[in-house]
Ligand binder design. Structure first.
Ligand SMILES: Cc1cc2nc3c(=O)[nH]c(=O)nc-3n(C[C@H](O)[C@H](O)[C@H](O)COP(=O)(O)OP(=O)(O)OC[C@H]3O[C@@H](n4cnc5c(N)ncnc54)[C@H](O)[C@@H]3O)c2cc1C
Ligand SMILES: NC(=O)c1ccc[n+]([C@@H]2O[C@H](COP(=O)([O-])OP(=O)(O)OC[C@H]3O[C@@H](n4cnc5c(N)ncnc54)[C@H](O)[C@@H]3O)[C@@H](O)[C@H]2O)c1
Length: 455
């Protein structure tokens, strides 16, 4: 009998686990209650990037003077933007569903939960019959949802979670963004590019508190240039909805007024209704499933992946976890294999300029006393950056001074999210700075700055 592989949740984690397991010969069932492709993925990650791309196009048009062209003042067509976002979601959902179907994965539409160590119960939407599916392996990949504190009267009109904002019913004249992590700064960038006024409530003294201060400073400079109001050292603790807008009350007595408020204060895992006790699956105090390096939970055949696993909450990481789980469950780890190393995950923040990094951070190396070589070149020395009329930012490479092996790097500037792939490959494959220096790259190209920094 084929291995019965049951997945609850069809986001990047679940659908990659499903297609990989099917390719390896398992009999795969995928249970999804909402949207195949993933609610966080298709209703946060992707639309936020699509809206940022639209804002970026507007910024490019405003910059045409620098390219020797006449000035243009673009405006947003809200209906066209809404249709663009819906079109992208539809196309990606169809493409993921098509891939699953082509691999023979059975998709069951409904809400899944464990009713025993090897049994998953699915409650369909509407009047359908409750189904119980027997499983040899279960993958829990139900993702996360925006955290909504008691003080926030979310109405989807003026007080929004991120999922209400692609785009919101009306374009904010003045948006107050609460929270300055990755999500918060991307939204500040997005709505200021659309031409609105933006206030950002920053709970610490620096936006992106987890990032390199040098990188955060470049972003703050851009925000100030755009006229963004930064309320530093303030935590939101109340939101009042008035006739003509909103007022966000902060714990230090300051009040941020605007037309709309947007919560960007993190996510919580979808774990409460999964029947975890019925299968002996342990969770952390935050509700994440406790997993080992193979994403295996405290139950020997139940895995967790994606945001639910409490590791690095990125779509790219979720997919890789899904792939590794299927390979582990179906015995591929008995041969040579590479463990998932979260420290080597590349990530990017889609602001203007973009910010991307991978591997060891300079600050972490110094904090741990590790000897590293840090080399940095600005894009102002790049012919391509000058041709593009945007020479902001830099490339920084962290390497081992003894061996030359690339340990990490960060890039701030145009196309940083694409360029970081070269360093991600170097970090994963253990390449040396000389491998980059001796690669014959295209000229003129921004990637040449990587070779210059590796020199
Ligand atoms: C604003 C924002 C922007 C982001 N941008 C990026 C980015 O640029 N790059 C990046 O890599 N990551 C980004 N992320 C993170 C990324 O979206 C998540 O890490 C990723 O979607 C997690 O994948 P997942 O499979 O765990 O969860 P999801 O994508 O949420 O999929 C989980 C699925 O499980 C389903 N489900 C839940 N409970 C049940 C149940 N009981 N039964 C059946 N189905 C169920 C849900 O409907 C959902 O479809 C962003 C996140 C946010 C909030
Ligand atoms: N481009 C990308 O890849 C991308 C984009 C968005 C999110 N993500 C993923 O999602 C993860 C979570 O990011 P996030 O920004 O959604 O959450 P986060 O938890 O990293 O940041 C939330 C911020 O809100 C602040 N905060 C909390 N309560 C507050 C209050 N009452 N008032 C003011 N500030 C408050 C916190 O101090 C924190 O700085 C990221 O680490 C990343 O993995 C990725």
């Amino acid at each position: 009998m084929a291995h019965r592989f049951v997945v609850i949740g069809g986001g990047p984690a679940g659908n990659t686990a499903a297609t990989t397991a099917a390719r390896l010969g398992a009999e795969v069932t995928l249970v999804e209650r909402d949207v195949v492709g993933g609610a966080a993925h298709l209703r946060d990650c992707i639309p936020s990037k699509a809206m940022i791309a639209t804002g970026g196009a507007m910024d490019d048009l405003r910059r045409v003077a620098g390219m020797g062209l006449g000035e243009v003042e673009p405006s947003v067509d809200l209906a066209a933007l809404r249709a663009r976002i819906a079109g992208i979601e539809d196309q990606l959902e169809r493409s993921v569903s098509g891939l699953l179907a082509s691999q023979g994965v059975r998709i069951v539409s409904g809400t899944g939960r464990l009713v025993g160590p090897h049994r998953v119960e699915v409650t369909p939407h509407g009047d359908g019959r409750v189904e119980v599916i027997e499983a040899d392996t279960v993958v829990l990949s139900t993702g996360s949802r925006p955290r909504i504190p008691d003080f926030a009267p979310i109405d989807g009109e003026r007080v929004l979670t991120t999922r209400d904002a692609y785009p919101p019913p009306t374009l904010p004249e003045h948006l107050v963004v609460i929270g300055s992590g990755v999500t918060g700064v991307e939204f500040v960038h997005m709505f200021s590019a659309f031409g609105g006024e933006v206030t950002l409530i920053v709970s610490r003294q620096q936006v992106l508190p987890a990032k390199d201060p040098e990188v955060a400073a470049v972003l703050e400079e851009d925000f100030l240039r755009r006229g963004v109001h930064l309320l530093k050292g303030a935590r939101a603790e109340g939101i009042d909805v008035t006739d003509d807008g909103i007022a966000v009350r902060c714990d230090d007595g300051r009040v941020a007024r605007g037309s709309h408020a947007l919560l960007c204060i993190g996510s919580i895992p979808n774990s409460e209704e999964l029947g975890l006790d019925a299968a002996g699956v342990e969770t952390s105090s935050g509700g994440y499933i406790v997993v080992d390096h193979n994403c295996l939970s405290s139950a020997p055949h139940i895995y967790a992946a994606g945001d639910l696993s409490g590791k690095l909450p990125l779509s790219s990481v979720a997919s890789m976890q899904g792939r590794k789980i299927a390979e582990h469950a179906l015995g591929l780890h008995r041969g040579p294999h590479r463990h998932l190393d979260y420290e080597k995950a590349a990530s990017a923040i889609f602001t203007d300029p973009e910010i991307a990094d991978v591997g060891l951070a300079e600050a972490d190396a110094f904090a741990s006393g590790r000897k590293v070589r840090v080399t940095k070149v600005p894009f102002s020395a790049s012919a391509k950056a000058l041709i593009n009329d945007d020479s902001r930012g830099f490339v920084k490479i962290i390497s081992d001074p003894a061996t030359g092996v690339v340990l990490g790097g960060s890039i701030v500037g145009q196309h940083a999210a694409e360029l970081i792939s070269v360093l991600a490959l170097a970090v994963t494959a253990g390449l040396k700075v000389n491998d980059i220096v001796e690669s014959l790259l295209v000229h003129p190209a921004l990637a040449e700055s990587l070779a210059d920094a590796a020199e």
